[in-house]
Design a protein around this ligand. Structure first.
Ligand SMILES: NC(=O)c1ccc[n+]([C@@H]2O[C@H](COP(=O)([O-])OP(=O)(O)OC[C@H]3O[C@@H](n4cnc5c(N)ncnc54)[C@H](OP(=O)(O)O)[C@@H]3O)[C@@H](O)[C@H]2O)c1
Length: 186
């Protein structure tokens, strides 16, 4: 059965990019390509991607800077209120609640999983729509003090796997669900 999975890297203080969308803090870390919760094993299980407009824009800018090609074979759905030109024909622009696109994403993924690429706000929207099964985080040994948050919703998780991959503490969490409002004690 298709799972919706948020796979990302974070600082120890819960940021997935610095305030200027830089990932320099991430790329300087050592990792083991065959180690626990590695990217290649995860990517092999992915049939479709969902990402926010800022993340897409970062990838497009990075491609222009480095000359690298678009690196995803799978259909990719970019959540945006705008209609930029797709960089490749596997990119589709969508908007609104993730729940409105559930069937489209499931059909695109086939028997494989959906990678909710991020950012954290979009991952929170998927959780709020009951469309997030797990969150896999690689924590780099760095703090930034400010930046783009890991997750945009108050939510409970259950730790189901953890380990070390190079410099990273890696963890996999089952999404329990959005937190109930804390009752006011009188
Ligand atoms: N550390 C990592 O592994 C990792 C992973 C992923 C991303 N990143 C980085 O983290 C940063 C993410 O930034 P972010 O969290 O601010 O942004 P994001 O989720 O990538 O994009 C947010 C934007 O997406 C659009 N959007 C979001 N939800 C929408 C909806 N339901 N309908 C329509 N449009 C919607 C809006 O843009 P518009 O209204 O302008 O269209 C919104 O401002 C980027 O720098 C990215 O490169 C890092």
């Amino acid at each position: 059965m298709t799972r919706f999975r948020y796979y990302t890297a974070s600082t120890l203080d819960g940021f997935i990019a610095d305030p200027h969308d830089s990932l320099d803090w991430l790329f300087e870390q050592k990792h083991d390509a065959d180690g626990p919760l590695n990217y290649d094993d995860f990517a092999a299980e992915i049939g479709a991607l969902a990402m926010g407009a800022t993340t897409y824009g970062w990838i497009v800018d990075h491609m222009a800077e480095t000359g690298e090609a678009w690196s995803y074979d799978q259909p990719t759905f970019v959540f945006t209120h705008r209609r930029p030109e797709p960089i490749v024909d596997t990119v589709t622009f969508v908007s609104g609640d993730p729940g409105e696109h559930r069937e489209t994403l499931l059909n695109a993924a086939g028997h494989r999983d959906v990678w909710v690429v991020g950012g954290g706000g979009l991952a929170g929207q998927f959780a709020a729509a009951s469309m997030l099964d797990e969150m896999i985080v690689s924590y780099a040994p760095v703090t930034l003090g400010a930046g783009r948050p890991l997750f945009g919703l108050a939510c409970d998780f259950e730790l189901v796997e953890h380990g070390r991959n190079g410099a990273f503490l890696v963890s996999r969490h089952r999404v329990v669900g959005p937190r109930q409002p804390t009752p006011v004690l009188t």
